[in-house]
Design a protein around this ligand. Structure first.
Ligand SMILES: O=C(O)CCC(=O)C(=O)O
Ligand SMILES: [Fe+2]
Length: 238
């Protein structure tokens, strides 16, 4: 597996001396990784708050006519009046930012780190150990527009986040949710087509440009990851 050597570049915001690294995926797609966005202790405080107070659910989802228990807990938060989110035949209830005030503080930190961003929805995931995962997919729902910026914050247990180039549109649709997330690279593909980021406690990973159109991503099962990870993905619904 290709664990990236990242090139450090300075942030857009001169007040922001947080180190960030950008990986150009080509064809108008890139990923920004900020390894230490939120200080260690603050990250644990938010982790414990969210672990305890968020109304986590593990919904049944439908993929190609078959029902599955989603292999992680989830919750959705959105500004009122937005188009409702539906994925894999499941429409989550949209909770309000006001229900969980620390989410607004986290949103502020993310907005400051990403000048020009204005997220209005948040999908939370909780992985209760290494058997919980998210399979190959892209977040290419229409409500996010053609080039969504998706900012993904990690709290708790480190996990690998893998990006893989779509072979073509049809086959990537077939991959969605149905292929084991840890499947090896196909023969004929090469290293530039797959990138792995080890997402640290307090880190932020941002997918931009055409990443959702041209790439799929997953958080594979990991036998050794025995602790809980909470992930917050901020998105803008248009
Ligand atoms: O947990 C992660 O890092 C990724 C979650 C994800 O891809 C999603 O919620 O769409
Ligand atoms: Fe995703």
């Amino acid at each position: 597996m290709n664990v990236l050597k990242l090139k450090a570049v300075s942030g857009d915001n001169p007040n922001d001396n947080v180190k960030r690294e950008t990986v150009d995926l080509g064809n108008g797609s890139d990923v920004v990784y900020v390894q230490r966005l939120i200080p260690f202790d603050q990250s644990w405080q938010w982790f414990h708050y969210l672990d305890k107070h968020i109304p986590w659910t593990r919904p049944t989802i439908r993929v190609f006519g078959k029902s599955f228990l989603q292999p992680r807990d989830t919750c959705y938060v959105a500004t009122p009046g937005l188009t409702e989110l539906t994925y894999s035949g499941y429409q989550p209830h949209a909770y309000s930012w006001d229900d969980y005030p620390p989410l607004k503080d986290i949103l502020d930190v993310v907005h400051k780190a990403l000048p020009g961003s204005s997220f209005n929805s948040l999908l939370l995931n909780r992985y209760n150990g290494g058997n919980d995962y998210v399979g190959w997919h892209s977040d290419d729902e229409k409500l996010y527009g053609p080039t969504p910026e998706i900012a993904s914050l990690t709290l708790g247990c480190e996990r690998d986040f893998v990006l893989k180039k779509k072979p073509c549109k049809k086959s990537s649709e077939l991959l969605y949710g149905s292929e084991p997330a840890n499947k090896k690279l196909k023969k004929g593909s090469h290293d530039a087509d797959q990138h792995t980021f080890r997402l640290k406690h307090g880190s932020l990973l941002v997918m931009r440009g055409y990443t959702q159109r041209d790439w799929i991503h997953s958080v594979p099962k990991r036998a050794k990851a025995d602790a809980t990870r909470i992930n917050l993905t901020f998105r803008r619904v248009f």
